[in-house]
Design a protein around this ligand. Structure first.
Ligand code: F6R
Length: 240
């Protein structure tokens, strides 16, 4: 596990994006695991900048989103179908049919189909991850089994409160989701875990320096052979 800390968000984004860009240069049909939310935006912008500046062909890049709200209308502007389309596919110019997001139906059948699609693609080369304030990875909330697979889950109250900023009110935030499991995420060949801001400092310190425990899902990254934490100074502020 390596940890890199940046003062400047553009530098942070460029470093985080360099792992994705390297994977695509090595293999133009690389499989990239996509996170939503605010944290990966500097990475996505730096990735787009590299694509434009260096003329990188991303038409064959494949993508799998980490998660999606359950029972939301896929066309809702805050569904992860819409967010991934707007903030990743359109920004980068990826081929829409090569980028998958878990089904809003969030059934067991859809969950196994998603696992099967990732396996059929040969697994994820680089998985981009954020961390919840409560230490969640994707929507694996505290208490999730370390070997969990893609499934329907209930969102923790902190997650609903945090995601209320994307909806008219907290009551409008879906309470359930479909998420890749911790076991699924750990099979990616590289994890690029980004955390920005003081609100993440406690979870970051526990994930990196605390015990590996289901109470801190992000701590599982300690067991990954190729994980890099990319932090700003505020998110890193409680590291020893
Ligand atoms: C998003 C996801 C979540 C977020 C986390 C941090 O696909 O799976 O785990 O990465 O909630 O969210 P932000 O980046 O908005 O602080």
């Amino acid at each position: 596990m390596t940890v890199r800390v940046f003062d400047d968000l553009s530098d942070l984004g460029r470093f985080a994006a360099s792992h994705v860009v390297e994977a695509i240069l090595a293999r133009p049909d690389a499989v990239i695991g996509l996170a939503t939310g605010s944290t990966p935006l500097p990475l996505y912008h730096a990735w787009a900048e590299a694509v434009a500046l260096r003329g990188i062909d991303v038409s064959r890049v494949r993508g799998f989103a980490l998660d999606e709200y359950a029972d939301i209308d896929a066309g809702h502007p805050e569904s992860y179908h819409s967010v991934v389309d707007r903030e990743v596919v359109q920004l980068l110019g990826l081929t829409p049919s090569l980028v998958a997001v878990p089904s809003v139906l969030a059934t067991a059948a859809e969950a196994s189909a998603y696992e099967a699609a990732i396996a059929a693609a040969g697994g994820v080369d680089v998985q981009i991850l954020g961390i919840g304030r409560n230490g969640h990875f994707a929507f694996n909330e505290p208490g999730s089994a370390l070997d969990s697979r893609t499934r329907r889950v209930s969102l923790a109250p902190e997650t609903i409160a945090d995601n209320a900023r994307f909806f008219p009110s907290e009551a409008d935030v879906p309470t359930e989701a479909i998420t890749q499991g911790l076991g699924t995420i750990m099979e990616a060949r590289k994890l690029v875990i980004v955390a920005i801001g003081e609100s993440k400092a406690q979870a970051v310190a526990a994930a990196i320096e605390g015990p590996v425990t289901t109470e801190m899902p992000a701590s599982i990254a300690q067991l990954h052979p190729n994980a890099v934490f990319v932090l700003d100074t505020a998110a890193a502020s409680l590291l020893k």
